[in-house]
Design a protein around this ligand. Structure first.
Ligand code: PMP
Length: 303
């Protein structure tokens, strides 16, 4: 892999290879980190970071859940995000702000110093070339999401992604593009790293945050854009079989953007290709970056 030249680490811009930590850092052993995934896009007015402040605010909320004392404020991290995009000369990129318990204690409850970093690199479609147009084949995972009173899904914490890895790796091993997990209730939750939308009779149906999922910023963007376009959105509990009955189905997330799903567990969804509501949502979403959808909410942060 080709790495970019610059990264922000503990208050300074460094060369990529200099941003290192100790093997005994707490987070490496216990998953004690929080992070964000943010995209920047090449817009007619220059590179813009999508919902930068909302993402970083969520990272501080994740830290609060785990009682992690952040050594830098939100404004510093927002500025670091802009700076790594500029320094690396990136336009269409992925940003990874990150905070983790570092070296300074081996006990589970140790209050070690917290280190912070912000990386950025070029990123195309997350689930593979062409998937935004063709859609992916998904499967329901044999792994379910953590129950709400075990590991909180509302925190975007490193340890949560052990669940995501099991789901994603099982799906890839079986030849699927992505895995979908059920919650401990048996109802639909979300993808390994994406929220879910089902379409019935022209309306969008999405699983509620009570279904042990991350309250996605792309999910919120889609709900907002759909309602503004007069498309009904329903947040509701959904049983697994609705995946087989819906007219259209897609996943969404910062990395996955809006990825249509053309089959689940080998059963074709709708016409087996992205349907009209999915395509309309893609148009509205990607329109934010070419100017065809007005940025009514100040979501674009120009670098
Ligand atoms: N669920 C999980 C588990 C995720 O990792 C992500 C990606 N951050 C999402 C949903 C989508 O969230 P967002 O739209 O904020 O990227």
């Amino acid at each position: 892999m080709q790495y970019p030249e610059w990264i922000w680490h503990n208050g300074a811009i460094k060369r990529w290879e200099e941003a290192t930590t100790h093997v005994m850092a707490h987070a490496l052993h216990y998953g004690s980190s929080v992070f964000e995934g943010i995209r920047s896009y090449d817009t007619p007015s220059g590179p813009a970071i999508f919902r930068l402040i909302d993402h970083n605010t969520r990272m501080y909320a994740s830290a609060r859940i785990y009682d992690m004392q952040m050594p830098y404020g939100l404004d510093v991290i927002n500025a670091a995000c802009r700076e790594v995009i500029r320094r690396n000369g990136l336009t269409q990129a992925y940003l990874r702000p990150f905070a983790f318990r570092g070296l300074g204690g081996f006990g589970l409850s140790a209050d070690t110093p917290v280190e912070m970093s912000v990386a950025s690199w070029f990123m195309g479609p997350y689930l593979g070339p062409g998937v935004l147009e063709t859609g992916i084949d998904a499967c329901v995972s044999s792994w379910q999401r953590c129950a709400p009173n075990t590991i909180p899904s509302g925190a975007k914490a490193g340890g949560n992604y052990l669940s995501g890895q099991l789901i994603a790796r099982e799906a890839r091993r079986l030849g699927f593009g992505e895995g979908i997990a059920l919650a401990s209730t048996g109802l639909l939750s979300e993808g390994a790293g994406e929220n879910l939308f089902l379409v019935f009779d022209g309306a969008l149906h999405t699983t509620p945050v009570s279904a042990a999922l991350l309250n996605g910023i792309t999910r919120h963007t889609i709900i907002t854009l759909a309602r503004e376009a007069g498309i009904d959105v329903v947040e509701r509990d959904l049983p697994r079989e609705y995946l087989y009955l819906c007219d259209e189905l897609f996943m969404c997330g910062t990395a996955a953007e809006i990825t249509p799903i053309r089959s689940v567990d080998g059963r074709q969804v709708g016409a087996g290709k992205p349907g009209p509501v999915t395509r309309r949502m893609q148009e509205l979403f990607f329109g934010l970056f070419d100017g065809s959808t007005p940025d009514r909410h100040g979501w674009l942060e120009y670098v």
